[in-house]
Write a protein that binds this ligand. Structure first.
Ligand code: ATP
Length: 315
C-alpha cells in the first residue's frame, strides 16, 4: 500500500528585486531578496495506480491540464525516473489554492516544488536537496527558492540561492485586487523596452554589479536586525512599469503606505502589494484602515507571517 502525502507550499514575496541586465539565454539577470510567507497552498498527492498524472483544482484561473506547473513537475520526474514511474505508477495531485493567482507570489512555482518533494517521497527516490534543486531549476526561476524557502538572496535568473539569516517575528498585510492579474512575461518585456539603456550586458559587468548588490544595505539591515531600515530599503524595479500601467495598484500602494508599518512594496511582477509590520496588532489595524479607505468588493487583504520554511510535509 503506497502512502499519500499532504504538503504545504508557501508563497513568496520579494523584499528586493533589481534588474541587472540581459543574459545570453534571453532571461534577465536579477538580484532579489526572497522571503517565504505563511500564506500557502495545500497539495495532496495520492498514488492512483494509473499510467498518468491527474490535476484537480477548483480555482477558475488555474488550469487542470498539462499546462499546470504541478503537472509539468510530475512529467519531469517521469522523464528523469522512468523505471520508478513504471514501478509505482502515476499520482493524483489535488491543489487547494489559497495563494492568489498571477499575483507575483510564485503560487505556481510553489506547487511545482511541492510535487517534486511529494513524488520523491512516493517513489522512494531519496533525492538529496541538491538533486531536487537541480530539477527545480529546470521548471522555473522561482522553483528552487520555493523548495527551500526562508530568507534568501537569489541571483542569476533567480535560481542561484544564497541564504541569509532568517527574518523573524515580522507580520505582513498583503493586498490584491481579485479581478486583476499581471503577466510576469509582460512586466519584464516592458521593462526591457523602457529601460534597456540601464542594462549591463557583458558577463564581466554583470559579475561586478552582482557583487556590489550582494553586500547591499538591505542585506546588512537584515543581518543587523535594523527593522526600520529594512522597511525603508524595500525595492522593486518592476514597480516602474506596473504602477503606471495599473493606476489602481499605484493607489492601493499609496494608501497602504500611508497607513503605517515598516514599509510597503509591490511583490514580484505584482499586482499584489504588501506592508511589512512589526506585530500582528499593527497588521490588523492596517488591514482595517485599508478596507475602510478602499471599500471595493474586489480587494482581497490577507494577514500573514514571514516564515523560515519552504515545502513541508503536513501528513
Ligand atoms: P511568479 O511570481 O513566479 O511570476 P505569479 O504568482 O505571478 O508567479 P502564478 O500564480 O504562478 O503567478 O500563475 C501564473 C500563471 O500560471 C497563471 O495565469 C495560471 O493560469 C498559470 N498556472 C499554471 N499552473 C499553475 C498553478 N499550479 N498555480 C497557479 N497558477 C498556475
Amino acid at each position: 500500500m503506497q502512502h499519500s502525502y499532504t504538503l504545504l507550499a508557501p508563497a513568496k514575496i520579494n523584499l528586493y528585486l533589481e534588474i541587472i541586465g540581459d543574459r545570453p539565454d534571453g532571461f534577465h539577470e536579477l538580484v532579489m531578496i526572497l522571503q517565504s510567507i505563511s500564506l500557502c497552498d495545500r497539495i495532496k498527492l495520492h498514488p492512483n495506480g494509473r499510467e498518468q498524472f491527474r490535476i484537480f483544482c477548483q480555482h477558475e484561473q488555474v488550469p487542470s491540464d498539462q499546462t499546470n506547473l504541478a503537472y509539468k513537475a510530475a512529467q519531469l520526474m517521469r522523464q528523469q525516473f522512468p523505471q520508478h514511474f513504471a514501478n509505482y505508477g502515476g499520482v493524483d495531485i489535488t491543489i487547494e489554492k489559497n495563494i492568489p493567482v498571477a499575483a507575483g507570489l510564485a503560487g505556481g512555482s510553489a506547487n511545482a516544488a511541492a510535487v517534486l518533494v511529494g513524488i520523491d517521497l512516493i517513489w522512494k527516490l531519496g533525492l538529496t536537496h541538491h538533486e531536487l534543486q537541480t530539477l527545480a531549476a529546470q521548471l522555473g526561476s522561482d522553483v528552487p527558492f520555493c523548495l527551500s524557502g526562508g530568507t534568501a538572496i537569489a541571483t542569476g535568473r533567480g535560481e542561484k540561492l544564497g541564504s541569509i539569516q532568517p527574518l523573524e517575528n515580522f507580520w505582513l498585510v498583503l493586498a490584491k485586487y481579485n479581478n486583476l492579474a499581471v503577466s510576469t512575461a509582460w512586466a519584464y518585456q516592458t521593462y526591457r523596452q523602457q529601460f534597456y539603456d540601464t542594462y549591463t550586458r557583458s558577463r564581466q559587468g554583470i559579475d561586478q554589479r552582482t557583487k556590489q548588490v550582494h553586500s547591499g544595505p538591505l542585506v546588512s539591515a537584515i543581518i543587523h536586525k535594523e527593522n526600520a531600515k529594512i522597511g525603508q530599503l524595500l525595492h522593486n524595479d518592476l514597480e516602474k512599469v506596473v504602477l503606471p500601467e495599473y493606476p489602481n495598484v499605484a493607489q492601493l500602494r499609496e494608501t497602504m503606505q500611508r497607513m503605517g508599518g515598516l514599509g510597503t512594496m509591490m511583490s514580484g511582477s505584482g499586482p499584489s502589494v504588501f506592508t511589512l509590520c512589526e506585530s500582528f496588532e499593527q497588521a490588523k489595524q492596517i488591514q482595517k484602515s485599508v478596507f475602510e479607505a478602499i471599500p471595493d468588493a474586489n480587494l482581497g487583504i490577507w494577514i500573514a507571517q514571514l516564515v523560515n520554511t519552504g515545502i513541508s510535509i503536513q501528513s
